[in-house]
Design a protein around this ligand. Structure first.
Ligand SMILES: Nc1ncnc2c1ncn2[C@@H]1O[C@H](COP(=O)(O)OP(=O)(O)OP(=O)(O)O)[C@@H](O)[C@H]1O
Ligand SMILES: [Mg+2]
Length: 169
């Protein structure tokens, strides 16, 4: 992880999380890796839900935590894999999921509890660490592509905002 360009975003309400998700949807591309870290209930899955809606996933498709199924494939544009590696313990278990191959094929990879497995997931990750007390997202990156995403997110946060309201989910 690199501290260069790292910044934080206050997430005082669910709506501010949805704004971050929308900003992320505007700079993310197929093949990108996003790592979500933060304690149980910090809002990782909620952020993914907002991202999926912003990437065109219909309301009727539920976005839930893949804690037991490990990986969900969601029909967003571009398509997205949502993984939760909380229960995995070894590199081998992570590699056997085949996420790296699917990332190379152009899926967005967004991974809860993935901070320990960045190299197994192909590296160059945008890292979003959520905390609850206070509710804040700390954003950092670990490579050239993720550093561009980080810069774009910082810029969209600074342009603040077109004040478009996003409906709560
Ligand atoms: N910025 C916010 N302000 C207030 N509440 C929030 C915010 N973001 C998320 N939440 C709430 O936190 C709840 C729990 O979030 P979520 O299930 O996404 O956590 P999680 O980090 O995925 O947990 P786990 O580690 O158990 O998978 C959500 O139902 C949502 O209502
Ligand atoms: Mg979750």
């Amino acid at each position: 992880m690199s501290d260069a360009g790292a910044f934080s975003v206050p997430l005082s309400s669910r709506r501010s999380t949805l704004h971050l998700a929308r900003d992320l949807s505007q700079c993310i591309c197929g093949g990108d890796l996003v790592i979500l870290s933060g304690e149980l209930g910090a809002g990782k899955t909620f952020l993914v839900r907002g991202l999926c809606r912003a990437l065109g996933l219909p309301e009727k498709v539920r976005v839930t935590s893949p804690t037991f199924t490990l990986v969900h494939e969601l029909n967003t544009v571009p398509p997205l894999l949502h993984a939760d590696l909380y229960r995995l313990r070894t590199s081998r278990e992570v590699l056997e999921l085949g996420l790296l191959y699917l990332r190379d094929e152009g899926r967005i990879l967004i991974v809860e509890w993935g901070e320990g497995w960045i190299s197994e997931l192909g590296g160059d990750a945008l890292i979003i660490s959520l905390s609850v007390h206070p509710r804040v997202a700390q954003l950092s990156c670990s490579g050239a592509r993720s550093s561009k995403m980080l810069a774009q997110l910082r810029e969209s946060g600074q342009m603040k905002k077109d004040n478009a309201t996003i409906p709560d989910l």
